[in-house]
Design a protein around this ligand. Structure first.
Ligand code: 1CP
Length: 353
């Protein structure tokens, strides 16, 4: 074996096998983004937000920015969950100060216009970004690929925008179940294809974002969160058994108990509301956990952050975990708070040696 072929296991990947760790690996949801001045500069040059997502040069650049600035254990592909509807042919844009705007799907006739072939072609620049990133990153920094989950994607596709009440999506989910199942089937195929192409391009870990999992009732959670994700992971595990899959089912609450087994995940990303001792006693023996500092506390920094980080480290230190936030970094977070957070995590290892 030549030197260049020698496998260097990243701290993030070894966390899944439970190899003994002095301190946990750390990366942060939305670690690339508006809180970094260098991101805002590239964003201005790229044009629209989707132009940025579809420019391998600029998208790779902004994904690398937090890696250059902070000692993080993973980079995440710079893209968005809504490249799936855009790729499938649903008109999608991001308006300044508003957020995502989609030409909403009104029913089965619209569902049948969505095209996987179109998506595969349209998203070629995204897979190119993955390949460029893997070629550029140091080998100890893992590359995470990602996708939205069918339920969360469907909320945007049916509502046409960010929602608080999900009236339309819930109407389809609870009343028009057969038609909704047809849309979910298309999205299961789209997510499997999207994640498979990212793995083929060089993604080493996958995260599935079901940011709105917590707004469904018990039946809805099983039918529209668990069932589709279980189908996706089964397909990915068949083709890429070595690639760990993390699932962020935000707001799942007591559903986190047993969830990893039911959906075939290798780890669960927990939101900040999950009680630490409960997660340690109930969830961590079942799977690796990732999380769950409140992004608002990262923004505050100082002693409030020291306390919260210490609570998380103390609770989860004995088992498998990856340090992260409970949701994405807020845009007005001072970058020096992120630097201080990474230092705290690294120093936690020294303190216990
Ligand atoms: O103008 C800008 O710069 C837009 C801000 C922004 C950024 C930086 C958006 C708009 N998306 C992203 C990138 C992004 N989104 C990443 C990669 C960057 C990284 O993590 O470093 C990822 C993984 C996402 C995932 C994403 N997009 C989710 C799931 C995670 C979560 O936050 O819950 C969701 C729900 C979206 C949709 C989305 N993208 C952007 C907006 C404003 C929204 C709507 C959010 C909402 O409805 O509340």
């Amino acid at each position: 074996m030549t030197h260049s072929e020698k496998p260097i296991q990243s701290r993030l990947l070894s966390a899944f096998s439970g190899s003994c760790q002095d301190y946990p690996p750390i990366w942060l949801m939305r670690q690339a983004g508006r809180y970094l001045p260098e991101y805002r500069e590239v964003r201005a040059k790229a044009g629209s937000f989707l132009d940025l997502c579809y420019s391998p040069k600029y998208a790779a650049e902004v994904a690398l920015q937090p890696i250059r600035r902070f000692d993080l254990d993973a980079a995440i592909l710079f893209s968005d969950i809504l490249v799936i509807p855009d790729g499938l042919g649903q008109m999608t844009r991001f308006d300044e100060g508003v957020g995502p705007v989609l030409l909403r799907l009104e029913g089965p006739d619209d569902f049948s216009l969505l095209s996987l072939t179109r998506m595969e072609t349209h998203l070629v620049p995204v897979y190119q970004t993955v390949a460029d990133l893997r070629a550029t990153l140091p080998r100890e920094v893992a590359l995470i690929g990602f996708s939205g989950a069918p339920w969360t994607l469907a909320t945007y596709m049916l509502e046409g925008k960010s929602s608080r009440e999900f009236a339309l999506a819930k109407y389809w989910a609870y009343v028009r179940q057969e038609d909704f199942a047809h849309l979910v089937d298309i999205l299961v195929e789209a997510v499997v294809l999207h994640l498979s192409l990212q793995v083929k391009a060089g993604a080493q870990v996958l995260q599935i974002f079901d940011s709105w999992a917590g707004v469904l009732d018990d039946w809805g959670f099983r039918r529209w969160v668990e069932e589709p994700i279980a189908r996706i992971t089964a397909r990915l595990k068949r083709d890429f058994p070595e690639v760990p899959i993390l699932v962020f089912a935000r707001g799942a609450g007591a559903q986190f108990d047993g969830l990893a087994g039911r959906i075939g995940a290798d780890g669960l990303a927990l939101d900040s509301m999950v009680p630490l001792a409960w997660a340690r006693d109930v969830v961590q023996p079942q799977t690796l956990i990732q999380g769950n500092l409140d992004p608002a506390i990262l923004r505050i920094g100082g002693p409030a952050m020291d306390r919260a980080v210490n609570d998380i480290l103390t609770a989860w230190k004995g088992g498998r975990f990856i340090f992260n936030l409970g949701h994405g970094i807020l845009p007005d977070t001072p970058p020096q708070h992120v630097a201080a957070l990474v230092r705290l995590i690294r120093e936690s290892g020294k303190a216990t040696k």
